[in-house]
Design a binder for this molecule. Structure first.
Ligand code: DOR
Ligand code: ZN
Length: 342
């Protein structure tokens, strides 16, 4: 069996930088035409000038003849001047601002502690119609890790939406039934990305047969009923839900560690993994909208015109890939993948 789709885009991606970038970039650009590139480098990408320099680094590292287009984002800090939003608006390569609650995830130390301190930025973004991309988890130690997304929606997102009804927001990598329900009934300015790993795994997979650091990501994998809700949302044909892999490579040594980093490296089989999830839900006919149309529509960018073809054919994911001087272990390392990109 084969399916042909309009070429997809990845609306949430970590490419890293320097010598770690080329293999990661090749994995994404073999399939996706565009990707929204996350700014959580060290130091973080907080200005348009930094984003453009990072973009040049990405373009220089692309495989020959690639037409992959990296869409850049800025990392929101409490010190961001409002004038930066004006610069973003005038830039043809920077498309959004990413809001990390401080200490929510990898390299989020410079993120936002008190949302009131970035109110003026949100006002400017609303005026200029620039999308805000949100890592939606509260960070207080008192909140259970499995409740952090739900509490964020109640305490932060809902008041924010009320105050900025015209601000376009993407709730990134949603993981709960609560998020699915909230996004589905919210106004059309709110959309959400869903990862392949949150569609395919539940929290048992972190512990099955012994603790697996390669299944540790943030937001953390949730219970099966949440996975079922995500699967239903992704395959519903509702344009508020679209593809964002959150493919987040870390060196093997940083994952297989007493204090392992969060992130699942799914890029080497991203679209193939989504196809598995959609097939599981008997909804392969809904994959193209989710992967290739709804994200572009939300970002008000043209849909792609090329196509890609997936074949139902089992292959084995390598155990690891080059990652600068180290190795990176992909999702499903050494295991079977049911679909293959032609
Ligand atoms: O698992 C994750 N890894 N979640 C994030 O939010 C960040 C990402 C990363 O950059 O490693
Ligand atoms: Zn991410």
């Amino acid at each position: 069996m084969r399916i042909t789709l309009t070429q997809p885009d990845d609306w949430h991606l970590h490419l890293r930088e320097g010598i770690q970038m080329p293999s990661v970039l090749a994995a994404t650009s073999r399939c996706f035409r565009r990707a929204i590139v996350m700014p959580n480098l060290k130091p973080a990408i907080t200005t348009v000038n930094q984003a453009l320099a990072y973009r040049e680094q990405i373009v220089a590292a692309l495989p020959a003849n690639s037409s992959f287009n990296p869409l850049m984002t800025l990392y929101l800090t409490e010190n961001m001047p409002v004038t930066e939003i004006g610069k973003l608006k005038d830039s043809e390569h920077v498309f959004a601002v990413k809001y990390y609650p401080a200490k929510a995830t990898t390299n989020s130390e410079k993120g936002v502690v008190d949302i009131r301190r970035v109110w003026a930025i949100f006002e400017a973004m609303q005026d200029y119609d620039i999308p805000l991309l949100i890592h939606g988890e509260v960070t207080a130690d008192s909140i259970d890790i499995f409740d952090r997304e739900r509490v964020f929606i109640e305490e932060i997102l809902d008041p924010l939406m009320e105050h900025f009804p015209s601000l376009r927001i993407v709730l990134e990598h949603i993981t709960t039934k609560d998020a699915v329900e909230y996004v589905a009934i919210a106004n059309d300015n709110l959309a959400a990305t869903i990862t392949a790993h949150h569609l395919l795994l539940n929290r048992n997979d972190i512990f099955k047969g012994g603790i697996n650091p390669h299944h540790y990501c943030l937001p953390i994998l949730k219970a099966e009923r949440h996975r079922q809700a995500l699967l239903k949302a992704a395959t519903s044909g509702n344009p508020k839900f679209f593809l964002g892999t959150d493919s987040a490579p870390h060196a093997l040594s940083a994952k297989e560690s007493a204090c392992g980093c969060a992130g699942i490296y799914s890029a080497p089989a991203a679209l193939e993994l989504y196809a598995e999830a959609f097939e599981q839900a008997e909804a392969l006919d809904k994959l193209e909208g989710f992967a290739s149309f709804y994200g572009a529509d939300f970002y008000r960018l043209p849909r792609n015109t090329e196509t890609v073809t997936l074949e139902k054919r089992t292959w084995q994911m390598p155990n690891d890939f080059e990652f600068g001087k180290e190795k990176v272990v992909p999702f499903r390392a050494g295991q079977a993948i049911a679909w293959q990109l032609r």
